[in-house]
Design a protein around this ligand. Sequence first.
Ligand code: SF4
Length: 366
Amino acid sequence: MAPLKQQDRIALEIYESCSRRAAAEPRRYYLGMSRIGDPCERRLWLDYRIADKAALEGRTFRIFDNGEAAEARIITDLWAAGYTIDREQEEFSDFDDRFRGHCDGVIHGVTQRPHLLEIKTANAANFKIFQQKGLKEAKPIYFDQMQCYMGYGQLERGLFVVENKNTQELYTERIYFDRFRFEELKNKAQKITEATEAPPKPEDADCYWCDFRDYGCLNPPTGGPGCPGCAWWRSADKITAGSIEIILTLRDIRKMLQAATQEELAEAKDLMVQLLKTAYEARPDLSLPYKFFNPQGDLLQHFWDVQAYVLTTANGWVNYSGDPSKGKGNLRPEPAAGPWCVHPNHRQRIYQPIGCQDWAPEQPPF
Ligand code: SF4
């Protein structure tokens, strides 16, 4: 008997809702340690430079969701089996936070030494390859990810755990820290984050599954100061008291945004408008992100822009990057001034890039 059509419709609705969740997830503004082992440096650079890529399909999003759920379950199983795990989701970073990663945790009880813990899932075919060839040969990108976490986490040993998605069978493997490989990966990360042009297409690039195949790879962004992946960013060692005061005010607004009642949202919006007006009076040569005033706009998204803008008025060119919804971020002084602009190859506003003529300034809203 043919399956009921109704079932397909429900599955499609779930995929669509997952696609919407995927589209709403904030883009990551750093080079991830989980990807640094990718042999295509062009792909790493494009991802770091927030080039346009194919949207994540809902079904694929569910695969990632499934991986996260399995990780939580396996950590529970490890505890139940007598191991202890700490430093879960600890962040490692380098090069002014442009290169970052988050480990699954550090496990104790494997031997006398603590081990970095990395958990993955694999289909039956790939699981068999792990069993036959071991981690380094089966999936060098995971091996390199672990080398980065061990290097930055000051660990000499790692434990890789992979679950067969078809049977729930587990394969575990202990690996050693390889300082030489770690240094190679660090150098690679520095080279990619500092490169102002996309690395060439490798001759043997495996483009079939690449997210950039039909988008960014054909038309790579040129970057510039203010772009989260910009080579010109420096660490914030000259933040003044004036800047800090404004940040505190913005933190209050953030809390209100998270509280999310209509009254509080309106109040937060008023406060932001006030801050923007003050900022604009101090620097009338700058334009403002007009979409902030669009009632249909995503307030949190624009809040990110607003913070960067307001900070510029307190301490010259200072930029803010991070995730306002999580209250995390980094401050960096900008080496150059210029109006806000929308770069055609970027999905967000950036400052007028040095050495990049291809920009279009926006008009102030008042
Ligand atoms: S399409 Fe090919 S060359 Fe371009 S980034 Fe992707 S894998 Fe690299």
